[in-house]
Structures are given as C-alpha cells and as structure tokens.
Design a binder for this molecule. Structure first.
Ligand code: DQQ
Length: 523
C-alpha cells in the first residue's frame, strides 16, 4: 500500500481507502483503491477493492483522491485516473447503495473525467484532488496538485454541482523550484483550542493550512495562513522552503486529514514507506503501511501544528509501568521493564536545571538533521544526548535512539531532537538516515517531553507534546520480540531528571477481523 485516500466518517463507520496493488507487493502501473472500515480507527476490517482501473478515463491506474460528504449526507469521491492516453484526469465516483452500512461498492460517473488536464501541463503532472470545501457563493472548491517548469502548483477549481468544474484564473498557491505537488490538503484549524472543524468552516476564528507533498524529496510540508473565498486567495505566513515546517521529519508522506464529527477533531494519516530493499519487499510479500492516526491542531502560538496519537490507542494499552523523579547521571541507562518493549507506548518527561552551562551553538542557517547525524547518540555533550533507546539488543549493538540536546546562543536556549537509526540493525543495505529537527519549547520553563510508539519495525516519536515528530522504519535482527529492550538514557555530562515516565504494552490491533463481526456490531 501507499497513500491513504478518501478518509471519512460516515453513518457510524470510519472509512479508509488506500493506494494498493492487489497483484504484488510493490507499486505498479495498475493501482487500485483498496478499502477498510473501522469503528474506532484502531481495529480495521478489509473490504473488497473499491475502485479499479477499468474505464478509458482510468484504465492505467486509479490514483489518489479524497472524499467529501455532500448535503443530504451523500458521500462522493474525486480521484485521479490515468486515462487510455496516459493523461492524468480527475474522476467522480459515488456509492452504489447508500443503505449499505459499509459503502462497499462505488459507481463511477459516466461523464468522467469531470476535470481534464489543463493546457500547457504535462500529461503526468496533474493529480490528487482534495476534499472539497463550500463557500457562501454556493460553490464547492477543490485543489489539484501540479507543476509547470518546476513551479509546484495547487490549481483551484470551483463547481456548483460537483460535476461541472471550472478552473479559477489563479492557483490557490504556487512556489517556484519546488517540483510537482502531490496529495495537497487544505483545511481550517481553530486559532484557539485543539478541536478540529469541518473543511468548509470559514470564520475569523480559523487559520488555513495548506499541506503539499514534494515528490522530489518525498516530504510533506505545510503552510499556515489566511484564506479568503471572496478574493479567492491564500496568504501563508510561512512560505514553503525546504527548511520550513513538516508534519514529520522522518518517513511520512502523502498524508491526508479529515474532520471527525464524532469527537470534533481533525485526524491525520500518512503513508510510511519501507527502509529495506525491493528484494526484501518481494520476500515478505508486502510493503508500505499507514501511520498511527494522529489528532492535529494549531499550536497556541499559531506558528505551527501539533500532533498527538488519537486517544483510542488506550484500547490497546495494558501493563502500565511508571516512574517519577529519577535522576539520570552521565552514562545512565535505565531499563523500562514490565512491558512488551517491541509493542509499546512510552511517555517520558525530562527536567533540566543549571542550564547556563549548556553548550554554545549558533542555530542560524544550520541543518538540524546534519547535526543529529554528526552528533549521534554515542557523542557525549553537556545537556544531551538524553532520551530513549528503543528496540535495543541486550548488548546495545542494536538500538534506535530518540534523543534531545539543549544548546544556547546569546542567552537563548534551543532544543534539538534526533531519531538516530544508524545502529538500528546489524543488517547492511538498509536506509539508516538519521532525522533531526528543532523543538519550539523553552527549556527554562518547559519540561522536555517525548512520546514514542514502538511496533516492531515502526517507531513514531512526538517531541515537546507533539510539536516535532519523526517516523522511522527499522529492521533489527537481534532486538526482536522478547529480545527487544527499552531504556531511558543520558549520555551528556550534565544530569537530567526523569520527572515522569509512563509506559504501556500495546496489544495487537485487529486488522483482519471477519466482516460479519463488525457488521453485527453496528446493526
Ligand atoms: N501516489 C499516488 C499519486 C500520488 C502519489 C499514486 C504520492 O496519486 O501523487 O499511487 O505518493
């Protein structure tokens, strides 16, 4: 699987479609929409394929797209088809039978494509329609990702009936030199509070997020700004550059969000790719997965988004262990025992005192990822490295280190967060890139917190309460199952205190439960 497609909540059921090749473990030139449903976003039931490449307007693949729920509680899907002439076009599909609680079958509109390739755009540079939003003028809007001469573009379309779409004279946004924009997402976030709002909400109490996937870098970047449907313009506060905001500084791409009316939140999911080889994917028979769903909201300072694993993870928690006020001196290694370290949820907060002795570093113009790989978890500093060693073998030959370092510059402190995969496996031929980013917190007043979800080969970390996130794929050979260990560590010369630690074993979610069981539970 790759991209999540058309996530939505409809009549008591969460739906997730996703890019899928039903005939093999790798991406192919015949992609389908697969379909799974859930009542809790944790346990999922796979259904039949929802959209298959069968028609002249999608015969060469059904690529990514989004769902919108129209007035009268009518869900529709817009997706990219690769047509018989290999052009990317946008198509419409609707459920065959609205009274089927799972919306298993989807019918393609006979007038497809509803949007053709714009003049002057290359045949393979026009894809991934968003969820639509509705404005006071009675028209729906969507954006579609594109590029022209390396300028990334979000083309804006309007429609009164969802069938006839007109391209607005200017794109919603474009940025030179960024290459094609894939899987754009455009949604409002509340200025004050953590609740999500429906994609069509326009009010002075929201800002608008434009997220784009940069194909050339396989990274999702976002901007926060002001949108006016009257003027049809979007003004981001932070312009897109390679150094700006990302949802996740690890392996996390082609994400999509949706508004969950049950809990009034916006939920984000993304494709997490493999770090091993194509030969490994063929041997194991699959590749790619979906990230753990995250709630997403605007930080109080309005400068960035915050992400946090959805609370339903508690359905899987067992065996809580906890710890308070534990001093970690230079070289300390504290094993977190009593939980399944290979399937775990860990929350830890560190308190630092005596910050004035922190190392000096001028952060301007430096690449945090580079510092993290040069100063890996084995390099002693003053404050840091301290954090967690996940999926560690008993002799620490294998370890995935998620850690912090605190620096100062001209009386200001700043926190660097790293996810160091360099020792994650004794195997060669894996992508072991180290990830790094700053965490926008004030270590003089804020404790430095880390939450990490560990699931065999997937390590998702949330620093500073979800301000900085990393997703890593690792393939240990020693630290597997019962052999995997989890430690809190400090390898800095200054002591740090674990003010609070809570960790849980995480049970396996049901991802192949029989459809009849789920069905019975909702009728
Ligand atoms: N994956 C899809 C495209 C999209 C890309 C094809 C992003 O629609 O642009 O599987 O990963």
């Amino acid at each position: 699987m790759n991209d999540p497609n058309g996530p939505m909540y409809y009549n008591g059921v969460y739906h997730l479609f996703y890019q899928h090749n039903p005939f093999g473990p790798l991406f192919s030139d015949q992609m389908y929409w697969a379909h799974s449903v859930s009542h809790d976003l944790i346990n999922w039931t796979p259904l039949d394929l929802a959209i298959a490449p069968t028609q002249p307007f999608d015969i060469n693949s059904c690529w990514s797209g989004s769902a919108t729920i129209l007035p009268g509680n009518k869900p529709v899907i817009l997706y990219t088809g690769i047509d018989s002439q290999n052009r990317q076009v946008q198509n419409l599909a609707v459920p065959k039978n609205l009274s089927d609680p799972f919306l298993r079958e989807w019918v393609k509109y006979t007038g497809n494509p509803v949007i053709n390739l714009p003049d002057g755009i290359q045949h393979d540079d026009f894809r991934d329609p968003t969820t639509a939003w509705f404005a006071d003028d009675g028209k729906w809007r969507i954006i579609v990702g594109s590029q022209k001469d390396k300028t990334g573009i979000a083309f804006l379309y309007q429609s009164a009936d969802f069938v006839n779409w007109t391209r607005h004279e200017s794109p919603l946004h474009e940025v030179a030199g960024t290459g094609i924009w894939e899987c754009p997402d455009f949604f409002p976030v509340m200025i004050d509070g953590t609740n999500g709002v429906d994609t069509s909400v326009m009010s002075p109490t929201v800002k608008h997020v434009l997220k784009v996937g940069l194909f050339d870098y396989a990274r999702d970047y976002y901007m926060i700004g002001d949108y006016s449907p009257e003027k049809e313009n979007y003004v981001p506060k932070n312009e897109l550059t390679l150094g700006t905001l990302r949802y996740d500084y690890g392996k996390y791409y082609a994400s999509k969000s949706f508004f969950d009316p049950v809990k009034n939140r916006r939920i984000l999911m993304a494709w997490v790719n493999e770090s091993d080889s194509v030969a490994d994917d063929i041997a194991k028979g699959w590749s790619g997965l979906q990230s753990f769903p995250r709630s997403i909201w605007l930080d109080r300072n309005q400068k960035q988004l915050v992400q946090w694993p959805i609370e339903e993870i508690e359905l899987l928690h067992e065996n809580e262990v906890s710890l308070q006020n534990e001093n970690l001196e230079d070289g300390s290694l504290h094993e977190i025992q009593g939980i399944t370290a290979w399937q775990a949820d860990v929350k830890i907060s560190f308190k630092l005192t005596n910050l004035e002795v922190a190392e000096e570093l001028d952060p301007s113009g430096i690449d945090p990822q580079l510092i993290c790989s040069e100063m890996d978890a084995s390099k002693k500093g003053k404050f840091g490295p301290f954090g967690l060693l996940a999926l560690a073998s008993h002799d620490l030959t294998e370890q995935t280190a998620i850690f912090f370092r605190v620096f100062q510059n001209n009386g200001r402190y700043f926190v660097l967060m790293c996810s160091d995969q360099s020792r994650s496996s004794t195997r060669n031929g894996l992508d072991k890139t180290t990830y790094g980013a700053f965490v926008d917190i004030y270590p003089q007043q804020d404790e430095i917190s880390l939450r990490t979800l560990i699931d065999h080969s997937i390590v998702e970390s949330f620093g500073g309460g979800g301000k900085t996130c990393f997703t890593a794929r690792v393939y240990p050979t020693l630290a597997i199952g019962e052999e995997a260990k989890l430690f809190a560590f400090n390898n800095g010369t200054e002591s740090v205190v674990i003010s609070e630690l809570s960790a849980w074993s995480v049970k396996k979610a049901q991802i192949n439960i029989e459809e009849t069981v789920v069905y019975r539970s909702i009728i």
